[in-house]
Ligand binder design. Structure first.
Ligand SMILES: [Zn+2]
Length: 280
C-alpha cells in the first residue's frame, strides 16, 4: 500500500459511524508503516512535535526511541499541560484525559503542549497503552531503536480526534507496527466537536456551568472582583449576575449595583443574601 492508500483507509475509518465501530484498534497495511527517508533523520531522544494546526489542535509527533529514552524512574504523578481546546467540562465527565501523543514511558520527556490531545480514558489507559507496552517490550528485549510516530486524526473541525495512527519501525530489524486506535469509550456517546455527552447535554452543561460559575465567583470574591446588587429597602446585597430569586419582586428604584467588596458592604450595615451570596 502506498501513502494515498493508507490515507484512504484511515479516511474510511474516521468516517464510520461511532456505533458501527467494531474494533478499537485496527491494523493497517499489515502493520507496515510508511515513513519517508527524512523521517529516519529524527534524533534519538529528541522528539519532534508537530505544529498545532489552524484550529489549534495537536497533530502528532515523531521520535526515535530506544533503551536510552525509556524512563529510568517513572514518577507517579506527571504534570500535564492542557491540550488546546481543553476546558473544565472535560474534567467533569471522567471520560476524557489529557493524553500524550508520544508516551512518557517511551520518551522520558515531560509533556510539551503540542504533545497532548484530548482522548478517552480507555484510549489512553488501554488501547494506546497496549501498543506502547508492546513497543517498549521490544526495545527492552532486543535493544532495538525504533522510529515511532503518532498522528491524531480529526474529522472536520472537531476538537477531539476520532483516533490516532501509531506507526513504529525498528531501524535494526523488520519489526514494525501500523495501527489505528479509536478514541472511543464503551457505553459512552459524545460529540467529537466539543466533547458534549450525547443524551446528557442539558444536564451536563448545567452542572458544569454551575460548578464553573461557582469556582469563578469564589475566586473573584477572594480577589475583590465580584459586583453586587443591593436592595436598599431590605438592606440585603446579592450577587450581581446571579438573578437571585429574592430580587424578583424588588422595585427598580430600590436596586443599586456596586463594585464595593463584601467587607465594605458588611461594614456599612448591609447583610448578605443567604440565598445567593452565602450559597456561593
Ligand atoms: Zn440573593
Amino acid at each position: 500500500m502506498n501513502k494515498e492508500g493508507v490515507e484512504k483507509v484511515i479516511n474510511e475509518l474516521i468516517n464510520i459511524e461511532p456505533n458501527k465501530i467494531k474494533k478499537h484498534t485496527v491494523i493497517i497495511n499489515d502493520d507496515k508503516p510508511l515513513f519517508d527517508k527524512k523521517d529516519f533523520d529524527t534524533i534519538e531522544g529528541k522528539p519532534q512535535y508537530f505544529e498545532l494546526d489552524s484550529k489549534g489542535r495537536s497533530n502528532g509527533a515523531i521520535a526515535l526511541i530506544s533503551k536510552n529514552t525509556l524512563p529510568l524512574i517513572t514518577k507517579k504523578k506527571l504534570k500535564y499541560p492542557e491540550p488546546s481546546n481543553w476546558n473544565k467540562a472535560f474534567e467533569n465527565k471522567k471520560l476524557f484525559e489529557k493524553c500524550h501523543i508520544i508516551a512518557y514511558s517511551l520518551s522520558a520527556k515531560l509533556a510539551n503542549p503540542n504533545n497532548i490531545f484530548i482522548g478517552t480514558v480507555k484510549l489512553n489507559k488501554s488501547y494506546m497503552k497496549k501498543v506502547e507496552n508492546e513497543v517498549r517490550k521490544y526495545i527492552n528485549d532486543k535493544s532495538a531503536k525504533i522510529l515511532y510516530r503518532v498522528t491524531a486524526k480529526y474529522k472536520d473541525t472537531n476538537k477531539i480526534p476520532i483516533g490516532v495512527l501509531i506507526e513504529a519501525q525498528s531501524i535494526d530489524d523488520n519489526y514494525s507496527i501500523c495501527r489505528f486506535c479509536y478514541n472511543i469509550q464503551k457505553g459512552k456517546k459524545f460529540r467529537y466537536s466539543d466533547g458534549m455527552t450525547v443524551g446528557e447535554k442539558q444536564i451536563w452543561s448545567k452542572v458544569v456551568q454551575t460548578v464553573a460559575n461557582k469556582i469563578a465567583r469564589k475566586n473573584n470574591r477572594k480577589n475583590g472582583y465580584t459586583n453586587y446588587t443591593i436592595n436598599i429597602k431590605t438592606k440585603i446585597f446579592h450577587l450581581y449576575d446571579n438573578d437571585c430569586k429574592q430580587l424578583e419582586n424588588a422595585e427598580p428604584k430600590n436596586i443599586q449595583e456596586t463594585t464595593a467588596t463584601e467587607k465594605d458592604l458588611l461594614a456599612v450595615g448591609l447583610k448578605c443574601c443567604k440565598n445567593c451570596v452565602k450559597d456561593n
